[in-house]
Ligand binder design. Structure first.
Ligand SMILES: Nc1ncnc2c1ncn2[C@@H]1O[C@H](COP(=O)(O)OP(=O)(O)O)[C@@H](O)[C@H]1O
Ligand SMILES: NC(=O)OP(=O)(O)O
Length: 313
């Protein structure tokens, strides 16, 4: 039995309510199986497409109605509630179907960031939908948005993504875990807050959920950090004819591949960096990067990319 932090990728959650429910309906039985096997599970999730969708909807509304735009901290909070609700509802229904007397609780999580984090001057986090190059240029010209190419999939808006320093609600999360609840936390990387004279204050950013999940895994003493995304494994030379999947690898091996720039910024790089950070905390820690379909096999070391201190296939 192990304590697992399982992070669901925002892109793997789809682009609409219908797609999100469908995607979650595939995740939930797998999570319930893992819980039935005796593991303790803490769920986190991304929000890239969703926070972009929410922000865009409010921007259009505020332009039409000449009202104030919705800040990113609030958009993050909405995405935490919206995605958390779907996960919480589906997991609870699944537990009830299996006669498991489990309760599921979403903790709206604030995550402390540093006001001086250089990320505020250099937006890197892709959010929202994908655009063509021409659409991207038009959005930059007309709305002043910054867009970047995202892992060969098209152009997306990028926003600042400061590194998480602390999880404000960590004690509450631990209390819920100790009370045997299934906890969903750090949704969308959490709501970014800084410590100001007025107290904790939301800021214009979207935190990478891979880093918040790592921070949470560290704080609660998890055994494994499992990052679920659209690919079963991490690849060297991704997207080329020479691409090669990584199986069980050591931290030092992955670090050398990172130096050789095999992992794309804003997509695979933060996952690999979060995995390295987690495994370096404790010799027995393991990080897994895989897909929802392959998670069970990955837990048996038969699939996925598994990063461990010593490595070896
Ligand atoms: N080296 C790599 N190996 C595998 N996938 C990669 C690599 N580099 C970039 N990617 C891309 O990164 C994607 C995962 O990042 P992303 O979709 O942003 O994450 P999330 O699931 O958290 O939303 C993969 O689906 C793939 O398209
Ligand atoms: N906030 C965040 O990391 O979202 P994605 O998983 O969609 O990138």
């Amino acid at each position: 039995m192990a304590k697992l932090v399982i992070a669901l990728g925002g892109n793997a959650l789809g682009q609409s309510v219908t797609e999100q429910k469908q995607s979650i309906s595939k995740v939930v039985p797998v999570i319930a199986d893992i819980i039935e096997e005796g593991h303790e599970v803490i769920l986190t999730h991304g929000n890239g497409p969703q926070v972009g969708m929410i922000h865009l909807a409010f921007s259009n509304f505020s332009e039409e109605n000449q009202t104030a735009a919705m800040p990113f901290a609030e958009c993050n909070a909405m995405s935490e509630g919206y995605i958390g609700y779907h996960l919480q509802n589906a997991l609870l229904n699944e537990c009830q179907k299996r006669n498991q007397k489990k309760e599921v609780c979403t903790c709206i999580t604030q995550v402390l960031v540093d006001q001086e984090d250089p990320a505020f001057q250099n937006p890197t986090k892709p959010i929202g939908r994908f655009y063509s190059k021409a659409e991207a240029e038009q959005l930059t010209q007309e709305k002043g948005l910054i867009l970047r190419e995202d892992a060969g999939r098209g152009y997306r808006q990028v926003v600042p993504s400061p590194k998480p320093q602390d999880i404000i609600e960590k004690e509450s999360i631990m209390t819920l875990l100790a009370a045997d609840k299934i906890v969903i936390a750090c949704g969308g990387g959490g709501i970014p807050v800084i410590q100001s004279k007025e107290g904790l204050t939301g800021v214009e950013a979207v935190i990478d959920k891979d880093f918040s999940s790592e921070k949470l895994a560290e704080l609660i003493g998890a055994d494994k950090l499992i990052i679920l995304t659209e690919v079963d494994q991490v690849y060297l030379n991704f997207g080329t004819k020479q691409q090669k999947a990584l199986g069980k690898v050591s931290v030092s091996e992955v670090e050398s591949y990172r130096e050789q720039q095999h992992f794309k910024a804003g997509s695979m790089l933060p996952k690999v960096e979060a995995a390295i950070q987690f495994v370096k905390q404790k010799a027995t820690n393991e990080a897994i990067i895989t897909s929802i379909a392959a998670i069970q096999e990955a837990l048996m070391y038969r699939n996925g990319t598994i990063i461990v201190e010593g490595g070896g296939n």
